[in-house]
Design a binder for this molecule. Structure first.
Ligand SMILES: [Zn+2]
Length: 142
């Protein structure tokens, strides 16, 4: 089932230490990124305005990882290791939430996941605004 959008959803890390509420946009626009970090963690994310994500418990269990310019902060649960969200280098007003952490969403409903080219054509590296895409990941149910 696709979740209703434009509404509050709850979510959590794997162990449940970190819980959050998120107001999802009408267009979920799920995507992945191929940067050196995102390629390894392989999460599908949904971008929200920063104010539409509220950590409701376990904030002290969150740890931030950053690399390179140090602008993007990848927030993960220090107990179970699951990344819950990240602050974006490309837009400080947005956060990317791990779609698999959102209750009522099934990433297999998305079928196609565009992959943002955060490795070779990041807007902050090229000086050209807007996301470029390296390709599309298809999810095909058996
Ligand atoms: Zn956890």
């Amino acid at each position: 089932m696709m979740a209703d959008t434009g509404q509050e959803h709850t979510g959590s890390c794997h162990c449940g230490s970190v819980k959050f509420a998120a107001k999802l946009p009408d267009d979920l626009a799920p995507h992945r990124c191929n940067c050196s970090m995102c390629e390894k963690k392989s999460t599908v994310v949904i971008d929200l305005p920063k104010g539409d994500l509220t950590v409701t418990s376990g904030e002290d269990t969150l740890s931030a990882y950053s690399f390179g310019t140090g602008v993007a902060k990848h927030w993960f649960c220090s107990n179970c290791g699951i990344q819950v969200y990240q602050n974006l280098r490309s837009d400080p007003h947005l956060v990317s939430v791990n779609a698999a952490c959102i209750e009522g969403l099934d990433i297999w409903d998305f079928e196609e996941i565009p992959v943002v080219d955060g490795r070779y054509r990041h807007p902050k590296d090229t000086g050209t605004p807007g996301r470029k895409y390296i390709g599309v990941q298809k999810l095909v149910r058996e």
